[in-house]
Design a protein around this ligand. Structure first.
Ligand SMILES: Nc1nc2c(c(=O)[nH]1)N[C@H]1C(S)=C(S)[C@@H](COP(=O)(O)O)O[C@H]1N2
Ligand SMILES: [Mo]
Length: 227
């Protein structure tokens, strides 16, 4: 099957730089052809191990001050609730360690974050916030969007992350707050999170409109529409 690519999530970045112990990329398996037994089972098919932390952004890094930070939550009916930084900070936080999988084929293992589970954020926006909703279109400062099923934001599998590796989240990685949905390809984890729009029907976001998969499960290699 021929795949038409219209850019890669991250390929339009102004600066793609890698920080970390080796400053670059590791191919985890360099064994004999067809020998896969030494692959770390946490790395999905088609991915390689990355030890740095690449920055992939479709535009410039916005400067978002916590004093100005707002998360707008919009219901299916169009009601808008705005959460402030202090409101977010008052919610219970979790520290968690997880693996990241980018559709450009790097995976990073054992990353540690701190953040608020999405269900608590949605509950803080009001008791009926998710009524009639099955999908969410996630919005970011600068206009980036990405869509996913509401269910994938629930059940302790998604967070509004404010810290990485014990420090406030760096602006280039989405600080002061980003969405983190590590069980899906990382383009679903919107940096500079600004809005959660609850929807009855799925609506493609930025990369999804350009041919990327609506769901994006790295374990099923759902990179492009039709995968
Ligand atoms: N707002 C916004 N969020 C974004 C992106 C973006 O361009 N803008 N890129 C996505 C992509 S393609 C990836 S792989 C990850 C990269 O996150 P990182 O730069 O912290 O590694 O952010 C995702 N979230
Ligand atoms: Mo990406």
């Amino acid at each position: 099957m021929t795949r038409r690519r219209r850019g890669l999530p991250g390929s339009q970045c102004l600066s793609r730089h890698v920080t970390g112990d080796n400053g670059g990329v590791d191919i985890v398996t360099r064994g004999f052809v067809g020998r896969r037994t030494d692959r770390d089972p946490r790395i999905p098919p088609g991915q390689y191990l990355e030890r740095g932390f690449p920055v992939l952004s479709a535009g410039p890094t916005p400067a978002v001050r916590v004093e100005d930070w707002r998360l707008e939550v919009t219901t299916v009916g169009g009601a808008v609730t705005s959460l402030s930084w202090d409101a977010l900070a008052a919610l219970p936080h979790e520290t968690f360690t997880t693996d990241l999988h980018c559709v450009t084929k790097w995976s990073k293992l054992d990353t540690t974050w701190r953040g608020v589970p999405l269900e608590d954020v949605l509950a803080a926006a009001g008791p009926d916030t998710t009524a009639g909703a099955a999908f969410v279109l996630v919005h970011a400062v600068g206009g980036y969007t990405t869509n996913l099923p509401l269910e994938d934001l629930l059940g302790g599998r998604a967070w509004v992350a404010t810290e990485y590796d014990g420090a406030p989240l760096a602006p280039e990685h989405g600080g002061p707050a980003r969405l983190l949905v590590p069980h899906l390809y990382l383009w679903k984890s919107a940096k500079w999170l600004s809005g959660l729009q609850l929807l009855a029907r799925d609506t493609p976001g930025f990369w999804e409109q350009l041919g990327y998969h609506a769901y994006g499960d790295p374990w099923r290699e759902q990179r492009y529409v039709g995968d």
